[in-house]
Design a binder for this molecule. Structure first.
Ligand code: PLP
Length: 376
């Protein structure tokens, strides 16, 4: 057989690896990381993805998981046991709050939501059993930007771990570990893979101890990512930097268009000069503001329907961060599990539409958005 030296990593579509004899098996346990045994524990494709994300985020290493949700679960279970307490930013992806409120509470991990006004002054909410604080670099869906350095000074003061969901920002904009976070998670489903064809997650840790705990949780609970999905995500990741540039530049053009449109009541995009956190977003985001925004039209579901039906090229798809633009509706999808009071408090009303700006030519997007808005 000729020598095989592929430029791109092949897909190791196998659930298990073979050993010659018992001596080889013993070597596997004595010298960790030298060979593979079982794909739930580790696989060359998931290792490649983890290593590439680790290069971007820094820290001690990364573990990939089957979804963003399992990444959040692994990070929390790595740190917390029954009887522990978690602080969570009030403005957060609805799935994260559902995990904490509806599931982890059932196994004895309690949660307190930190109101946005108290983000940097939450002393009164810390309990003796508080183990971590969960927040997003830029919140889903209303793009509240968290000052991670400031937040990490507070969590360090209380000796609790800061866990940051960096899905919206990506390491191209912000590297939370360099700003004091202990653990970073991503829904790799979004920008890191980038093509709306993978469901995956990743946890990156600042210390070897946390990394080993996350790895233990991942393989014991079976939260691993398949070889094929790892391969697809690693492939998408190669163009992350390039994609982010275009996402950000398109989003800036669109946000300015929407902000000056008579049918649009409000736009949440940190790149707008008038945005309350514009300066923080600029400094923390490497001069970039991301590809996500939300805007509000008339607070009426029928108006939203007319807008969505009026779009010819931009689909309504309840996810984000793919190469093609899509709209979503937080009230009916990502934040559906919140109570009416919570939705109102955060500002997710009937007219709020989330826009994930893709990498198409911006003129095409402006024409389609105008088409939708003209139906109002
Ligand atoms: N974190 C954020 C900010 C998200 O938007 C999502 C999903 O939309 C998740 C985590 C969960 O990721 P996944 O759907 O890959 O489980």
């Amino acid at each position: 057989m000729p020598q095989i030296t592929p430029k791109s990593t092949p897909i190791y579509q196998t659930s298990v690896f073979t050993f010659d004899d018992l001596n080889e098996l013993e070597l596997y346990f004595e010298q960790p990381g030298q060979r593979y045994m079982y794909s739930r524990y580790a696989n060359p494709n998931s290792d490649e993805l983890a290593s590439e994300v680790h290069k971007l985020e820094g820290g001690a290493g990364a573990i990939v998981t089957s979804s963003g949700m399992s990444a959040i679960l692994a990070a929390i279970l790595a740190v917390c046991k029954a009887g522990d307490h978690v602080l969570c930013a009030e403005e957060i992806y609805g799935g994260s709050s559902a995990l904490l409120t509806q599931e982890l509470s059932r196994i004895g991990i309690s949660v307190t939501y930190v109101p946005s006004a108290d983000t940097y002054s939450f002393d009164a909410l810390v309990q003796p059993n508080t183990r971590l604080f969960l927040a997003e670099t830029m919140s889903n869906p209303l793009l509240l930007v968290f000052d991670l350095k400031r937040l990490s000074e507070q969590t360090a003061k209380h000796k609790i771990k800061l866990v940051i969901d960096n899905t919206f920002a990506t390491p191209v904009l912000t590297k939370p570990l360099s700003l004091g976070a202990d653990i970073v998670i991503h829904s790799v489903t979004k920008y890191l893979s980038g093509h709306s064809d993978v469901t995956a997650g990743v946890v990156i840790c600042n210390t070897k101890e946390d990394l080993q705990r996350v790895q233990k949780v991942m393989l014991t609970y079976g939260l691993n990512l398949s070889p094929f999905e790892s391969w697809l995500a690693a492939r998408g990741l190669k163009t992350l930097r390039l994609r982010m540039k275009q996402h950000c530049s398109n989003a800036q053009t669109i946000a300015e268009f929407l902000a000056s449109h008579e049918k649009v009541a409000q736009v949440w995009y940190p790149g707008l000069a008038a945005y309350p956190q514009h300066k923080l977003a600029y400094e923390q985001g490497n001069g970039m503001f991301g590809g996500m925004m939300s805007f509000r039209i008339k607070d009426d579901a029928e108006a939203v329907n007319r807008f969505m039906r009026g779009l010819e090229h931009i689909p309504f798809a309840p996810s984000l961060a793919g190469v093609s633009t899509s709209v979503s509706y937080p009230l009916g999808t990502s934040h559906r599990s919140l109570s009416k009071e919570q939705q109102q408090k955060i500002g997710i009303t009937a007219g709020v539409i989330r826009l994930s700006v893709g990498i198409e030519e911006p003129e095409e997007l402006l024409v389609d958005l105008e088409r939708g808005l003209s139906k109002l």
